[in-house]
Design a protein around this ligand. Structure first.
Ligand code: HMG
Ligand code: MG
Length: 296
């Protein structure tokens, strides 16, 4: 976005809400997204066009996008396969995100596919999306560790990530799905991607805060040269198919850090905190974000 130094890619409505057990009314989801856009977040990932029984919370994806109307068209949505793409195309959406796994076990658990089979699912999806003029983001999960396979070799992460990106994505988001990464390992992986030809300007980082390292990791990535940061308002989140995953890095905590650094995000922190306090009431539990607690 013009006039900002970094881009915050807000994932609260998708990564944040997908793990909530109690169904959030579709009107509240639409209001959440509108308020996040109103607070100055340039990109808000809205929902997922995945199998409804796999993620029941987001089974109302089409209804939500219809409610958002024109405002929703340019917002990214998660799409795993051609069936999901068809659903997004029917609604005239312009931006999808595919999500691959760097490990065999998570590919099986999250996508019902082997590590290799996932590419057969993504390839025709991306080809058709690009033909339709859509922008495609690719995620790669378990970049800094996997709950079943422990440490994941850097070469394996780079090879899967590059393969996903090369399908035709405009950006690759590196996911620390279970939040085990630390600042030194962030630099190591970014160096390895750079060596493989993916510069920091096509990379984004996606940190979960399970071990309290997300903000330190974001700072390490910023110092390295990354300028796109995934975060979730109020620190909502987790992945239903990775038990040890908790919330994402809280958007408020990230904005507070950047404000201190004099790095322009374009986000109105007061409005964002108000939004997270409101969402906490909708969900019936306080926000885990330290900045929301301090300012709230
Ligand atoms: P599958 O069961 O292997 O699907 O699931 P299938 O291709 O065999 O199809 C079976 C049936 O499902 C068919 O219907 C399809 O039409 C239907 P039938 O012919 O039997 O009547 N179907 C669908 N219906 C609606 N929408 C669809 C769809 N696809 C198939 N898109 C599948 C494979 C990928 C669909 C499933 O495993 C799935 O939905 N997985 C999604 C899991 C998920 O959403 N996980 C959370 C997001 S990932 C994440 O959080 C990590 C991230 O944040 C980054 C990080 O933190 O690292 C992104
Ligand atoms: Mg995630």
């Amino acid at each position: 976005p013009v006039g900002t130094d970094v881009t915050i890619y807000e994932v609260g409505p998708r990564d944040g809400l997908q793990n909530e057990k109690g169904l959030v009314p579709v009107e509240a989801k639409a209001e959440f997204i509108s308020r996040l856009l109103g607070a100055g977040l340039p990109i808000v990932e809205a929902t997922s066009f995945v199998h409804p029984t796999w993620v029941p919370q987001l089974a109302d994806a089409a209804e939500l996008m219809n409610l958002l109307g024109e405002d929703g068209r340019h917002l990214p949505v998660l799409v795993p396969n051609e069936r999901g793409l068809d659903r997004a195309l029917e609604l005239g959406l312009e931006h999808i995100a595919i999500f691959g796994s760097a490990t065999e076990t998570f590919a099986q658990r999250n996508l019902n596919r082997s590590l290799d089979e996932q590419f057969a699912m993504f390839e025709p999806t991306v080809v058709r999306a690009r033909e339709a003029g859509m922008d495609v983001r690719a995620y790669v999960s378990m970049c800094w560790g996997d709950p079943w396979e422990s440490a994941v070799p850097v070469d394996q992460v780079v090879s899967v990530g590059k393969r996903l990106y090369d399908l035709g994505a405009s950006q690759l988001s590196l996911g620390d799905t279970i939040g085990v990464g630390t600042a030194g390992a962030v630099g190591t992986l970014l160096d390895a991607f750079n060596e493989a030809g993916l510069a920091d300007d096509v990379l984004a980082v996606h940190f979960h805060d399970t071990y309290g390292q997300a903000l330190a990791n974001a700072y390490a990535a910023y110092q390295h040269g990354v300028r796109t940061f995934d975060a979730s308002a109020g620190g909502l989140g987790g992945c239903p198919y990775a038990e040890s995953a908790t919330g994402n890095l809280a958007t408020e905590d990230l904005v507070w850090m950047f404000r201190g650094l004099g790095v322009e995000t374009g986000v109105d922190l007061g409005q964002l905190v108000e939004t997270s306090l409101w969402m906490a009431e909708v969900l019936g539990k306080p926000s885990v974000s330290r900045v929301v607690q301090a300012l709230g």
